[in-house]
Design a protein around this ligand. Structure first.
Ligand code: GH3
Ligand code: MG
Ligand code: MG
Ligand code: MG
Length: 325
C-alpha cells in the first residue's frame, strides 16, 4: 500500500525464543546488525511472559524446547486476542520437519530450517513484517469506511441505513425476548422557514443543535439516526445538491410506551431552551414527536414506524411542539 512509510528495521521489535544460548546469541547478533530491535526468551514459559511485557512485532520461535515446545507456545499466543495478530516464524532443525504441518496448524506464518542462511532468514522476516503492516492498514481503512458508511456527515449520528439496521436488530430482540422497545419519529417544526429566513447554513447549524439537545436527553444505550427526505433520495440520483433531512428517528431499547413518552417529552421541552445566535437574532426550534411501540403482533419494524409516523402527523396537526402516540 502506498501510504505505508518506508520499511525501517529499527521500527520493529523481534522476540527470539530458543532454549540454546548459542543459537540465541547468533540470532540476536544478526538481527541487531540489521537494525532490528530484539528481545529474547530461553523457554516457552518465558516467551509467553516476554510477549506480554514487550509486545513484539514478530516472533522467531524454536520448535523443540524442553517442557513447553514451540507449537504449544504458538497455540497459546493464537488463542489470546491480545497476541493472536503477531506473526510467528518457526525455527526448526532439519530432523523436525515432520512437525511443520502442526506448526502451521497452530498458526505459524513461516519457518526457517536450522542451520539457516542469514539472507534468507532476513528476507522472510522482512516479508512477514511488511505483510503484517499491510494487513493492519487494510483493517484500519476497512473500519474507517464502515464508520463513514454508517454515519450522517452533517451531524455525525447514525445515517438512515445504520439506524434501520439497529432498529431491525432491536425488533428481533424484542420478538425473541418478548421485551418492549419504542421508536420516536422527530420532525423539526416549520424548518423551511428557518432556512428561508436565515439561510441554509443556519439551518444546518440548527440541525446540529437539535442533535446535541436530543442526545443530551437520551440514555447512552439509545440510538438516534437521521431519516432521508425525498430531496435527499433525489440528490443521490443527481437531480439536486445534497440536502439532509430534518427528520430523525430514535430507537429506545427496553422501553415501553410510558418510558418512551417520558423521553419524548424531555426532548420536546428541552428543544426551545437552547438557542442559536445569528447576528442580532436568536434562533430556536421546536419539534413534533410521534411514538411507536413494539406490539407482539408486529411482523416487521415498518409496522412500528408506520404508527410513529401517524402519531407524528397527529402531533403536527394538533399544533406542533408536542408529543403524540
Ligand atoms: P413542519 O412543521 O410541517 O414539519 O414544517 P417544515 O417546514 O419543517 O416542513 P417539512 O418537514 O416538510 O420541511 C422540511 C424542510 O427541511 C425542507 C428543507 O428546506 C429543510 N431541510 C431538509 N434537509 C435539510 C438540511 O440538510 N439542511 C437544511 N438547512 N435544511 C434542510
Ligand atoms: Mg530447541
Ligand atoms: Mg419539519
Ligand atoms: Mg420533514
Amino acid at each position: 500500500m502506498n501510504n505505508l512509510e518506508p520499511f525501517k528495521p529499527e521500527n520493529f521489535l523481534i522476540l527470539i525464543v530458543d532454549d540454546i544460548p548459542k543459537n540465541l546469541q547468533l540470532l540476536i547478533e544478526i538481527l541487531d546488525t540489521s537494525g532490528y530491535g530484539t528481545t529474547f526468551a530461553v523457554s516457552g514459559e518465558q516467551a509467553l511472559e516476554r510477549v506480554e511485557v514487550t509486545d513484539p512485532d514478530l516472533i522467531l520461535l524454536d520448535l523443540m524446547m524442553p517442557k513447553m515446545n514451540g507449537i504449544e507456545v504458538c497455540k497459546r499466543l493464537k488463542n489470546n486476542p491480545k497476541t493472536e495478530q503477531i506473526p510467528i516464524i518457526f525455527l526448526t532443525a532439519a530432523t523436525e520437519t515432520n512437525y511443520l504441518i502442526s506448526a502451521f496448524e497452530a498458526g505459524a506464518v513461516d519457518y526457517v530450517t536450522k542451520p539457516f542462511k542469514t539472507p534468507e532468514l532476513l528476507a522472510r522476516i522482512k516479508t512477514h513484517l511488511d505483510l503484517k503492516r499491510t494487513k493492519d492498514e487494510l483493517i484500519k481503512a476497512y473500519k474507517e469506511m464502515q464508520q463513514i458508511a454508517a454515519t450522517d456527515e452533517l451531524t455525525g449520528i447514525a445515517n438512515r441505513r445504520s439506524i434501520f439496521n439497529i432498529g431491525k436488530q432491536e425488533f428481533e430482540r424484542s420478538q425473541r425476548y418478548k421485551s418492549p422497545f419504542s421508536i420516536l419519529m422527530i420532525d423539526i417544526d416549520k424548518f423551511k422557514s428557518i432556512n428561508d429566513t436565515y439561510g441554509h447554513d443556519v439551518g444546518d447549524e440548527a440541525l446540529k443543535m437539535m442533535v446535541k439537545i436530543t442526545l443530551n436527553c437520551l440514555r447512552k444505550v439509545d440510538h438516534i439516526g437521521r431519516l432521508e427526505t425525498e430531496e435527499e433520495a433525489l440528490a443521490k440520483k443527481g437531480h439536486l445538491g445534497r440536502l439532509g433531512g430534518e427528520e430523525f428517528v430514535v430507537i429506545l431499547p427496553h422501553t415501553n410506551l410510558k418510558g418512551a413518552y417520558k423521553a419524548a417529552q424531555r426532548v420536546c421541552e428541552a428543544m426551545p431552551q437552547e438557542t442559536l445566535q445569528v447576528e442580532d437574532k436568536t434562533v430556536s426550534i421546536t419539534v413534533s414527536i410521534g411514538i411507536g411501540t413494539y406490539d407482539p403482533k408486529d411482523q416487521k419494524i415498518d409496522d412500528i414506524l408506520k404508527r410513529a409516523d401517524l402519531a407524528l402527523f397527529a402531533a403536527k396537526k394538533n399544533g406542533r411542539n408536542r408529543v403524540a402516540i
